[in-house]
Design a protein around this ligand. Structure first.
Ligand code: HEM
Length: 318
């Protein structure tokens, strides 16, 4: 692999070069875990549908009541699973404070697991509560739901902030050189129109971005990400003809043309990285504000969940 491709792969893993073995097995693991999580939730939903839609008065007469109620045979295990997920979610923040844990695996992989558990837990807890959200447990559930939903925004912002700005700037330079080289080769073959490449790399003025209010800057960043998808599709549309074009669904799917894809991916990675660097101060500011919400709400939810579990002990459910 050339130095340029190495740099590009470092910043945008798997985009320009093939992902490493470790990365590939992590992706396979995540795919398997998401499949299991979706399958479990779907199975409970399908099995319990006729029970969950009954009113609280009618539920005790359902043959599934002794299984699905919160203290029932299945319901209680859903509660245990919820607690396990809840403990797992907090391993990610704890890892920052426990040096021995920090040496295991990479932070990004831990975050992927944190997200999987954070997205699954609200569904499992909702089924454990039989979709009735009352009292302390109900309050804990809604806080958890809000924390989980806010996590999606946090994940977007997290991806916008290069871990090391100097490395990112260096890699952007290398990506630019690589993109230019490949672009020139393909332009010579009349495959990549210069104008489309320039459009893909076009960004607003730095001073203008600095003056943008935060509430506009973030949706604007998202809009630029979406626009990039359309610009990439246009590049492919202008480079391909006939069946090759049809098979890419108007340019939205990658082609089998390796050189063309490498050039497009390098240009797209460069465009994405320049945008992240351009908006860095804005995304850092919002990410900081986001932490201020995500963290204390998580702890509030944890306290309410512990009170709920302690109450079940007091009431003799264990
Ligand atoms: C019940 C669900 C969740 C709880 C209780 C929870 C809790 C936490 C806590 C305590 C932190 C550490 C905050 C800090 O160090 O300042 C954190 C970080 C984070 N969480 Fe969650 N989270 C949940 C779900 C999610 C979901 C669903 C996502 C994404 C879709 C997500 C994305 C993130 C991100 C991006 C970070 C910041 C990573 C970093 O700065 O290192 N979380 N979460």
């Amino acid at each position: 692999m050339s130095a340029n491709a190495t740099a590009a792969a470092r910043i945008v893993p798997g985009v320009v070069s093939a992902p490493s073995n470790g990365e590939r097995s992590h992706r396979r693991l995540m795919l398997a875990l998401y499949t299991v999580a979706i399958a479990i939730n779907l199975a409970i939903f399908i099995y319990g549908f006729d029970y969950y839609k009954l009113s609280a008065m009618d539920r005790p007469f359902s043959p599934k009541h002794h299984l699905l109620r919160p203290s029932g045979t299945i319901g209680i295990y859903l509660g245990f699973l919820g607690v396990a997920l809840f403990l797992g979610i907090f391993l990610y923040p704890l890892r920052k404070h426990w040096p021995w844990l920090a040496t295991i695996g990479s932070t990004r992989h831990w975050l992927d697991i944190h997200i999987l558990m954070g997205l699954t837990a609200p569904f499992i807890i909702a089924f454990h509560s039989t979709l009735k959200f009352r009292g302390i447990a109900g309050m804990a559930f809604w806080i958890m739901f809000a924390v989980s939903a806010s996590g999606v925004v946090g994940r977007y912002l997290y991806g916008q902030i290069p871990r090391k700005v100097t490395t990112a700037e260096l890699s952007m330079k290398e990506l630019h050189e690589m993109q230019e080289q490949l672009g020139q080769q393909l332009s010579a073959q009349n495959l990549l129109p210069e104008a489309d490449l320039r459009a893909l790399l076009k960004l607003p003025n730095e001073q203008w971005v600095k003056r943008l209010p935060i509430v506009i800057a973030i949706p604007y960043m998202i809009a630029l990400d979406m626009l990039r998808m359309f610009r990439v599709a246009r590049l492919r549309r202008h480079a391909l003809r006939g069946v090759a074009l049809l098979s890419t669904v108007a340019g939205f799917l990658p082609t089998r043309h390796r050189e063309l894809e490498r050039a497009i991916q390098a240009a797209s990675a460069e465009a994405s990285l320049s945008k992240r660097i351009l908006f860095l101060s804005r995304s850092q500011k919002v990410f900081h504000m986001w932490h201020v919400v995500h963290k204390p709400f998580s702890y509030a939810f944890a306290v309410l969940a512990v009170i709920h579990i302690a109450l079940q002990f007091v009431l003799g459910y264990f």
